[in-house]
Design a protein around this ligand. Structure first.
Ligand SMILES: Cc1cc2nc3c(=O)[nH]c(=O)nc-3n(C[C@H](O)[C@H](O)[C@H](O)COP(=O)(O)OP(=O)(O)OC[C@H]3O[C@@H](n4cnc5c(N)ncnc54)[C@H](O)[C@@H]3O)c2cc1C
Length: 399
């Protein structure tokens, strides 16, 4: 088998990259270890993805946004950050005159479903499911992918989109920093009596962090971050007790809260790849940067990165140059790695400060929140980042 480009991993990053290249004459294979039915009919996984305006524009360009049912898209009007038990908060609203929303919340499986629907119509993209990659070897003019079943595929360019735990990144010798936060994020959909008014809440209480992400109707995604040893207590908590705990945790402001469906849990592990490309190879999505979800940037960075890489490849095709050459791939790395670095270390800084219960850390974050609150330019810059549609780098933290 031979393809111009082989993408390893059919998650959000891999499928969006394949969709970005649908309008080219390049032959593309997506290798995915899961079975086809899990791609064609993905199941709810509890993740509500907050998409920025830039991400929405990219999905519109790919004709994927149009495939997401309108009734699952929840506009986000405001985000409020609370510290400790204080009832005062820092709020962020849209600073863009043309856009009233900060962004949009959409269930992850609906985005994945729309991506699959789009890619499955492509003439130049083949989905090879239930296939796993055992190894990749590189020669000067091509690379060879060795599948677990013994088959081989040759290609000009290998793209690893195989998650933050990317085995391909390791095989290709690309160094990555990894941070085990020793925390777990538990997510659950809950219905409530009062309206959330399209406001997201991030409550850095001591011991556990709580967030509430608005969904369509009187429903929200509740996000609870706890130390690893406390996970079972939350996951196995009796449903009535869980409902009562959450109703009280949000001070009854949404009325009674009722669990809908399962609780899902995600161990928190951050990954920062120190380079994004090498000979005939590039990393995208979480394989390039696996973010702590608190700043809701992982999927957004993945969409931005694949968009830049696709543009560099299309430029190379127009010029008749080798799409797998380092010169072409470096164009992508130059435009994406600084953004990855800023977001990754900025987010980890926020996590370190806001989940640290020492008196000094509490004092610093109170001061920081007060500075942001009483110094409007900083607040405006953060809100502007969320509503901005350009992919340029801004020198501040979005949370
Ligand atoms: C609780 C939670 C909330 C989040 N909220 C947000 C948010 O609000 N906003 C935001 O922007 N991001 C958010 N994220 C992050 C976002 O979900 C991820 O960044 C995104 O889904 C990563 O997509 P990916 O395709 O890179 O990786 P994945 O979704 O991990 O996909 C990797 C794919 O590769 C396949 N694979 C792996 N190894 C191989 C192999 N050897 N061979 C073949 N296939 C392989 C896997 O089966 C999988 O399908 C959140 C994450 C979590 C956990």
């Amino acid at each position: 088998m031979e393809y111009d480009i082989v993408i390893i991993g059919g998650g959000q990053a891999g499928l969006s990259f394949a969709a970005s290249l649908m309008d080219t004459s390049l032959s593309i294979a997506v290798i995915e270890k899961r079975e086809l039915s899990l791609l064609s009919e993905p199941k709810p996984d509890g993740r509500e993805i907050a998409l920025t305006h830039l991400s929405v524009d990219i999905l519109k360009k790919l004709a994927v946004w149009q495939l997401i049912p309108e009734e699952v898209i929840c506009p986000l009007k405001e985000a409020r950050v609370f510290d400790g038990e204080s009832s005062s908060y820092l709020d962020f609203t849209s600073q863009n005159k043309e856009k009233n929303e900060l962004g949009y919340l959409i269930p992850n499986y609906k985005i994945c479903h729309a991506l699959y629907q789009r890619v499955s119509t492509a003439d130049n993209v083949e989905l090879l499911t239930q296939q796993s990659v055992a190894d990749v070897t590189r020669q000067a003019d091509y690379s060879t992918i060795h599948l677990e079943n013994g088959d081989t595929i040759t290609t000009k360019l290998v793209i690893a989109a195989d998650s933050r735990f990317s085995t391909i990144r390791k095989k290709m010798g690309i160094p990555a920093l990894m941070q085990d936060f020793s925390k777990v994020m538990i997510v659950a959909q809950m219905d409530h009596q009062q309206s959330h008014q399209n406001i997201a809440l991030e409550c850095f209480h001591y011991e556990r962090t709580l967030a509430l992400l608005p969904m369509v109707g009187n429903s929200s995604s509740v996000v609870i971050t706890v130390a690893t040893d406390k996970v079972d207590a939350v996951m196995k908590q009796d449903e009535a007790a869980f409902n009562q705990d959450m109703t009280q945790a949000f001070r009854g402001e949404l009325g009674e809260m009722t669990l809908q469906g399962e609780r899902h849990c995600y161990p928190l592990m951050g990954v920062y790849s120190q380079q994004l490309v090498s000979h005939r190879f590039a990393l995208i999505g979480d394989a390039a940067v696996g973010m702590h979800p608190v700043t809701a940037q992982g999927a957004n960075l993945g969409l931005r990165g694949q968009d830049i890489l696709a543009a560099e490849i299309k430029k190379s095709v127009r010029r008749g140059t080798d799409i797998g050459s380092l010169a072409v791939l470096k164009g992508y790395e130059r435009k994406q790695i600084n953004m990855n670095r800023m977001m990754y270390f900025g987010t980890n800084g926020v996590v370190a400060l806001f989940t640290n219960d020492t008196p000094m850390a509490k004092k610093i974050r109170k001061t920081l929140l007060a500075v942001v609150k009483h110094f409007p330019p900083v607040k405006h810059l953060i809100s502007h980042h969320l509503t901005n549609t350009s992919s340029g780098i801004r020198k501040f933290l979005p949370f």
